[in-house]
Design a protein around this ligand. Structure first.
Ligand SMILES: Cc1ncc(COP(=O)(O)O)c(C=O)c1O
Ligand SMILES: NCC(=O)CCC(=O)O
Length: 446
C-alpha cells in the first residue's frame, strides 16, 4: 500500500501538533494513516487506500460512516439553523426524555461534551452529594483523561499514571481488581466513612474486554448500599451498545445511582452525559451546590444527532444486526484459533469484540466455564476468559502492535492499534465483510 500523502501529512503534523495527533491513541507506529473520508463500513485514507473499519471512531459510530437519512437530515437542519446559542433548545429536552424513558436508572440527565467531562462531573457530584472524598475504581478501568482516575497501582500503593498529577490526588482513588468481591469488601471496610463512590465500567472496555462474573455487579451494588456510597456505572462505551437502548445496566439488571455516557449518545459528535436518580443529579448547579457548566454543553447539533440516532435504533433492526455480526465474528475467530493458536482468547459481547493474545504458556484448556463470567455464551473456552485487567496485561501486546495490526492493515482491515482497545461492528457491516475479515485473520494465523 502506498502511504506517501499520509507520511507527508504526519511530517507536517509533527511540527505543529504534539506527537502529530490530537489524541494519544491515534499515534500508530511508524506513522498513522490520515483519513480522507468514510464510506459505510469503510474508511478511505489520504492515499486512496480503502479499509474495512472496526475502530468506528473508538465507539461512537453505531451506523458506520454513512448516517441514516433521518439522522443526516436532523444534523443538517440543526447545523443550518445556526450552530449554537448559549441558551436552551427543545432538542435537549427531547433527548433527555428519550434517555430517561429507556435507561432503567436514569431519571434526570445533564449533557456535557466528552466522556472525560462526564466522569469528572460524576465524581464531583458523588463527592458533593455524599460529603466524602474517596472513590474506588477498577485496575485496568479507564474513565478518560481526568486527574481522579489516572491512577495506577493497588489501593494501598496507588500513584498517578500520568506526569502532571499531584500524588495527593491519587491518595483519594483506590484501585481494586475487577471481579474480586473480597478485595472490594476489604477496601470498603477499611475506608467506609470516606468512600463517595465505586466507579466501574460494567464491562471493562479499555483493557481488552472483560465481562463481570455472575452476580458481581449485584454484590457491588449491595456493598455500596451497606456503606452509603454511590455506585457509578461508566457506560461511555457500553451505553446504547451493550443491552441496546437499556444499556449494560439493563442487560445485567443493575440500578446504579449514577451513569456516565459518551460516544453513541451524541451520534458521532462530541458528547458526554451524567444521568441518575433525581435526588442526586439535582445537586448539580444551578439546582444544587455542585458546580457544573460548559459553553458547548447540550450543543444543538450533537443533541439532534444523538436523538435521531437513538430513535433510528429504536425503530429499526440495528441492535439485532450488529449483535448478530458480533456473534459471527467472535465465533469465526474462535474456530480459526481453535487449531492454530488455542492459547489466545476471543472476548466480547453484543457488537464488541477483541482477541486477547494471552500467554502462549497458558495451561487452561477446559471446555467448562469455571469463572462463571458473563462473556458471550458461545465461547467454548470460558475457563481462560480474562477476569481482570492484569489477566489481559500479561498478553503479548507487542505481537499485536508489531505483527498482527500491520498485517491486518495490509489486508485492508483497520483494527484498534493496541492490544487493549475494544473493536466494534456497525450497522453498515455485512456478513460478507465479516467473512472477508475472517479470511484475513486466518491468513495471519497460518
Ligand atoms: C469507559 C470510558 N469512560 C470514559 C472515556 C472518556 O471519553 P472521552 O474520550 O470522550 O473523553 C472513555 C473513552 O474511551 C471510556 O472508554
Ligand atoms: N477506549 C479509549 C478511547 O476510546 C479513547 C479514544 C481517544 O482518546 O482518542
Amino acid at each position: 500500500m502506498n502511504h506517501k500523502r499520509s507520511r507527508a501529512l504526519y511530517d507536517r503534523a509533527l511540527s505543529v501538533i504534539p506527537g502529530g495527533v490530537n489524541s494519544s491513541v491515534r499515534a500508530i507506529r511508524p506513522y498513522p494513516f490520515f483519513i480522507e473520508r468514510g464510506d459505510g463500513a469503510h474508511v478511505i485514507d489520504a492515499d486512496g487506500n480503502r479499509y474495512l473499519d472496526y475502530v468506528m471512531g473508538y465507539g461512537p459510530l453505531l451506523f458506520g460512516h454513512d448516517l441514516p437519512e433521518p439522522v443526516r437530515a436532523a444534523v443538517q437542519s440543526a447545523a443550518s439553523d445556526g450552530p449554537m446559542y448559549g441558551a436552551p433548545t427543545e432538542v435537549e429536552v427531547d433527548l433527555a426524555e428519550f434517555v430517561t424513558r429507556h435507561v432503567p436508572s436514569v431519571e434526570m440527565i445533564r449533557f456535557v461534551n466528552s466522556g472525560t467531562e462526564a466522569t469528572v462531573s460524576a465524581v464531583r457530584l458523588a463527592r458533593g452529594y455524599t460529603g466524602r472524598n474517596k472513590i474506588v475504581v477498577m485496575e485496568g478501568g479507564y474513565h478518560g483523561a481526568q486527574e481522579s482516575t489516572l491512577v495506577e497501582g493497588s489501593h494501598d500503593a496507588q500513584r498517578p499514571s500520568s506526569s502532571g498529577i499531584p500524588q495527593a490526588f491519587a491518595r483519594h482513588t483506590l484501585p481494586v481488581p475487577f471481579n474480586d468481591e473480597e478485595a472490594l469488601r476489604a477496601v470498603l471496610a477499611e475506608h467506609r466513612d470516606d468512600i463517595a463512590a465505586v466507579l466501574v465500567e460494567p464491562i471493562l472496555g479499555n483493557t481488552g474486554i472483560v465481562a463481570p462474573v455472575d452476580d458481581y455487579h449485584q454484590t457491588v451494588r449491595e456493598l455500596c448500599d451497606e456503606i452509603g456510597a454511590l455506585l457509578i456505572f461508566d457506560e461511555v462505551i457500553t451505553g446504547f451498545r451493550v443491552g441496546g437502548l437499556q444499556c449494560a445496566q439493563g442487560k445485567f439488571g443493575i440500578m446504579p445511582d449514577l451513569t456516565t455516557f459518551g460516544k453513541i449518545i451524541g451520534g458521532g459528535f462530541p458528547v458526554g452525559a451524567v444521568g441518575g436518580r433525581t435526588e442526586i443529579v439535582e445537586e448539580f448547579t444551578p439546582a444544587g451546590e455542585v458546580f457544573q457548566s460548559g459553553t458547548f454543553s447540550g450543543h444543538p447539533v450533537t443533541m439532534a444527532a444523538g436523538l435521531a440516532t437513538l430513535q433510528f435504533a429504536a425503530e429499526n433492526d440495528v441492535y439485532d444486526h450488529v449483535n448478530a455480526l458480533g456473534d459471527q465474528i467472535r465465533s469465526g475467530m474462535r474456530d480459526i484459533l481453535a487449531d492454530r493458536a488455542p492459547e489466545y482468547t476471543v472476548v466480547g459481547t453484543d457488537s464488541m469484540f477483541k482477541t486477547i493474545f494471552t500467554r502462549a504458556d497458558s495451561e487452561i484448556q477446559s471446555d467448562d466455564c469455571e469463572t462463571g463470567c458473563q462473556q458471550d455464551r458461545s465461547c467454548t473456552r470460558f475457563s481462560d476468559c480474562p477476569k481482570n485487567g492484569s489477566d489481559v496485561q500479561c498478553a503479548e501486546t507487542d505481537r499485536w502492535e508489531r505483527l498482527f495490526w500491520p498485517a491486518m492493515k495490509e489486508q485492508g482491515i483497520f483494527l484498534t492499534a493496541n492490544q487493549f482497545e475494544s473493536q466494534f461492528v456497525s450497522y453498515a457491516h455485512t456478513e460478507t465483510d465479516i467473512e472477508e475479515t475472517l479470511e484475513a485473520y486466518k491468513m495471519f494465523f497460518e
